[in-house]
Design a protein around this ligand. Sequence first.
Ligand code: ADP
Ligand code: F6P
Length: 465
Amino acid sequence: MGRAGIHKISRLLVLANRLPVHRVGRERDARWVPSAGGLVTALQPVLQRVRGCWIGWTGIGGDTPRAFRHDGVIIRPVAVSEQEVEDYYHGMANQTLWPLYHDATRTPEFRRDWWRSYLGVNQRFARAAANLARRGDVAWVHDYHLQMVPRLLRRSQPNLKIGFFLHTPFPPEELFEWLPWRSQILTGLLGADVVGFQTVGSARNFSRLAREYTSAEGTDQELAFEGRTIYVNAFPISIDTEWWEERAQRPDTLRKVQEIRKRIGPKRKILLAVDRLDYTKGIDFRLQAFEELLMSKKASSRDCVLVQIAAPSRESEKDYSQLRAKIERTVGRINGQFSAPGRVAVHYFRKNLTREDLAAYYLAADVMLVTPLRDGMNLVAKEYVATRTDNTGVLVLSQFAGAARELTRALIVNPRDIDQMTKSILQAMRMPYEEAAARMSILRMRVRRHDVYLWAEHFLQALTS
Ligand code: ADP
Ligand code: F6P
């Protein structure tokens, strides 16, 4: 990573809903281990280069261990009570903001008790940061859980550099306007010096809404508000490309790939999908497209197999348990009709894999299906591309993933258009090597040039210049 943006930082305070570590084991055997996920992977390398402190929640209601040091980073847990887990996290974050920010894929609920709880938790995060902040520190606030923090923190630390980055999309006017607390949230975000988004579209939505619902004035990139200037822009997040490339070429990964291919059927085209089990990911539409492909007889379970790896997520929430039941019914139906002994049509795994095992699956896949209904970026698409060091493999990518703005040489689909999805899957399976390689080399160029280090560097440069 270049250092232009971070050399001025004496210490980076990261504020995110979840801590980068979680506890495993009980009582005296308990220990903290790193958590997986895009946000943690993205920030870990930055925190190796500057002194850092991470302020976040342990993921367990009522649990407030003292601050401690892990891998050189100070971990400062913030208390979230069991009631707040219900109202702030399952309620406001997951049932109001998450669906609203993803094209209202499910109907968002608006509840004043959830909003009050959200404010309370945001105040606690801001207070924790204010108590830790020293001259020269920089605070970087992440995601939809903490949108009020920039303003609350600014009040007690007027000279602190504060950045905010949203990992999800920021919705267009006609959806954001539904929020009873729209002005408060916009004002909350305007407490930052830099407000960053995944795409230019999201950045523009924010600036327009800020001009409409607050006293902010200015352009899409620069807003004047209460005597300060706020810089707004797209900073598309990325991955540790080198790690995935290196991993993909290791002999132990190649052995795993052979094993996967042998077990699944060496002659069948492997179609792979990897997502959190979330309704925004379009897993149900994807299964429908695969089922229709088999029904059309243009492909059969002799030629191809779908491997769907789904990481369990937010399982106590109704929308998620209903989706899981629907997916599992559909997989059962497809396999009932199209599988034969030793030839399963859909392999469905509901589990978390290690990054090392994921790399092997990416490498085993002839076709990668990344077809969310809406996604801030989608790192899976970039990870797949990074592992294809020999330029093989075809990426089918939803036009509604932020990644589609960069990975334009993928086969771009509308995930709700089942006919187009079916056609594109077939096209991907039959694509001649030369065309696939030409496309993949361009995709790879993008993820090699623009990795997660550059993402962090660009953001911190904007914040400290
Ligand atoms: P989101 O942040 O909405 O979950 P992304 O695709 O941007 O979606 O990031 C998901 C991250 O989680 C990726 O880094 C991916 O490798 C990882 N991941 C997804 N599914 C699994 C799984 N089943 N096991 C392990 N890691 C997973
Ligand atoms: O991408 C959005 C996000 O909230 C990430 O910040 C998080 O890693 C992932 O989804 C999982 O969500 P949760 O923290 O609600 O389990």
